[in-house]
Design a protein. Structure first.
Length: 254
């Protein structure tokens, strides 16, 4: 038992030293860098830790479309839990694996070596960090610039795009996310289960690429206001979309 405890202590200390060598200001992933809402890694107690990013607006800023209480709980409780649990899960990783990790992109590229807890919580942290930036007060309307051109070229019209995106969000059984992604310059719509992300290197994903637009369809994202009416929540989302961020993501990925 003493030997086992010593081994665990050695692994934790080695992991802390390995992560401590990583630059403290490493960008979490390329997607967030493009939004200029960069979540960073910082040194804490000798190890790299992920932090909860602040919302880029007040909790009530998206009302009446998304209510204040939902935003408070969603950000402060749900998103914080993913960050906390991700940091805990990383403490269990073999230091030989950890030495190759400096960002969420690195984690997504090594999913076959990661335990389920890292997959779920890294995805939850990344997805939510992006989601907050894809909404804004007095948002909505229609996209412009290169993204608008690509949407019209791919789907024929913005209305047809909205219909297909909403359909993907509605048909995601249980919890998950709806996505618009770009892959090799081409747009596609799909969804992922739970907190999976199209950037993860997972063969089972139905959609892969760089996220351009994301919609959280877990019930905690809408249940307080819309109860079980996911369709109402999806309709509300179109009134707060930050198309500037989406366009930046699209153009930076090409």
């Amino acid at each position: 038992m003493d030997n086992e405890n010593s081994r665990r202590d050695f692994i934790k200390k080695s992991a802390a030293l390995t992560l401590g060598a990583i630059a403290a200001t490493a960008v979490v992933n390329k997607t967030l860098a493009a939004t200029e809402f960069i979540e960073k890694e910082i040194l804490a107690d000798g190890a790299v830790k992920f932090n909860l990013p602040k919302l880029p607006y007040e909790y009530d800023a998206l009302e009446p479309h998304i209510d204040k209480l939902t935003m408070e709980i969603h950000h402060d409780k749900h998103h914080q839990a993913y960050v906390t649990n991700l940091n805990k899960a990383l403490e269990t990783i073999d230091p030989n694996v950890l030495k190759n990790i400096s960002s969420l992109d690195d984690i997504f590229g090594m999913m076959d070596k990661m335990p389920v807890a890292v997959r779920n919580n890294a995805g939850g942290h990344s997805n939510h960090s992006l989601f907050w930036t894809l909404m804004k007060p007095h948002g909505g309307g229609i996209p412009t610039d290169k993204l608008a051109e690509a949407i019209n070229a791919t789907y024929g019209s913005f209305e047809e795009f909205k219909k297909q995106f909403a359909d993907a969000a509605m048909k995601r059984f249980g919890s998950g996310w709806a996505w618009l992604v770009v892959n090799k310059g081409k747009l596609s719509i799909g969804s992922t289960a739970n907190q999976d992300n199209p950037s993860m290197h997972l063969d089972a994903l139905e959609i892969k690429g760089t996220p351009v637009l994301a919609l959280d369809v877990w019930e905690h994202a809408y249940y307080l206001k819309n109860q079980n009416r996911r369709a109402d929540y999806i309709n509300s989302f179109w009134n707060v979309v930050n198309w500037e961020t989406a366009n930046n993501l699209f153009t930076s990925a090409k």
